[in-house]
Ligand binder design. Structure first.
Ligand SMILES: [Zn+2]
Length: 133
């Protein structure tokens, strides 16, 4: 179990386990806010904070709805605008906000090329070690 928390604590999220891999991205939004996402089935994640506590943001093709704390502005998670055909949904949780950052030491990070929309992995590194470029 791992807990993430926005800066002011109004929104917190509990995920069931430490991820095997994190996703970083170079798209125009991630370039600015530097999140590290791990993906979980929505039903396995506890989001603490109600509709009043966070607000949504969607951009580009609007496939994802990003959620940020209304008070401190931290982006805590995102979710697809549409469920999968089997009715399940998957949340991307921003583990850059993890309460105890030691818990992510040396977890693998895949840097994906969101800027070009190919989403190919263009670099790999580990948490706590800078990307090579
Ligand atoms: Zn906050």
């Amino acid at each position: 179990m791992l807990e993430t928390r926005c800066h002011c604590g109004r929104v917190s999220i509990v995920v069931p386990k430490r991820p095997r891999v994190l996703t970083a991205c170079n798209c125009s939004l991630c370039r600015r806010i530097q999140p590290l996402f791990a993906y979980y089935k929505a039903m396995s994640v506890e989001v603490h904070g109600g509709a009043d506590d966070y607000e949504g943001y969607a951009w580009g093709r609007r496939v994802l709805r990003w959620h940020r704390c209304k008070s401190c502005g931290c982006f805590t998670h995102h979710e697809p605008q549409h469920r999968r055909p089997d009715g399940t949904s998957r949340l991307g949780v921003n583990l850059a906000l993890v309460a105890d950052s030691d818990r992510l030491a040396r977890v693998a990070v895949n840097l994906r090329d969101g800027a070009s929309d190919t989403w190919e992995v263009i670099d790999r590194y580990r948490v706590g070690m800078l990307p090579r470029h």
